[in-house]
Design a protein. Structure first.
Length: 184
């Protein structure tokens, strides 16, 4: 039984683009400002020398997150690609398995759009079994987590959060299994 989810969260902020990027790309530092992220552990250093700021291709971080519903998820995020001031791609393993992409698009000198796309599958047996009936609740929990991420992120970056939008692409809908392209 599959329990695959495709979420896209979009944040519009006004702030210094360099500082916005630095906070976004400091994956190891997210726990300082994202309340639900209980712990970040560095599992592995980078496989090569590719590094942009504090994020490195090949680095693996283990996140332990407590959802608004009270259950915890532990998953490893391996940085698979990055483009400075533009995007970070990751493979995800653990209680969630799949991939994610964070991207930044500049609307003006001080306004940016940041979006996160997650194309993941739950691996916890109880979540897989419950998915057909609990999908709306799991979706709500994800949107709540990402709304808190956006608020914490903006504060940490010294930016003003203008808007937060969430989208779920459901199984069978166009683009469900396709990771969105990086913003132009």
């Amino acid at each position: 039984m599959s329990a695959t989810y495709h979420f896209v969260s979009t944040f519009r902020v006004v702030g210094d683009p360099e500082r916005v990027w630095n906070v976004l790309s400091d994956v190891a530092g997210w726990a300082r400002w994202w309340p639900e992220l209980e712990r970040v552990e560095v599992v592995a250093g980078p496989a090569g020398a590719a590094q942009v700021g504090s994020v490195q291709v090949g680095a693996v971080h283990r996140h332990t997150i407590r959802t608004p519903l009270g259950y915890r998820l532990a998953y490893d995020i391996e940085i698979t690609a990055l483009d400075r001031m533009r995007s970070v791609d990751a493979a995800v393993r653990g209680d969630l398995a799949g991939r994610g992409r964070a991207a930044v698009g500049a609307a003006s000198d001080d306004e940016a759009t940041i979006w996160f796309a997650w194309l993941v599958e739950t691996t916890k047996p109880w979540m897989r079994v419950m998915s057909p009936v609990a999908r709306p609740v799991f979706t709500w929990a994800h949107h709540r987590l990402m709304a808190d991420f956006g608020a914490g992120f903006a504060a940490a970056a010294g930016a003003r959060l203008l808007s937060v939008e969430h989208l779920e692409i459901r199984p069978g809908e166009p683009g469900f299994l396709v990771m969105p392209e990086v913003l132009a």
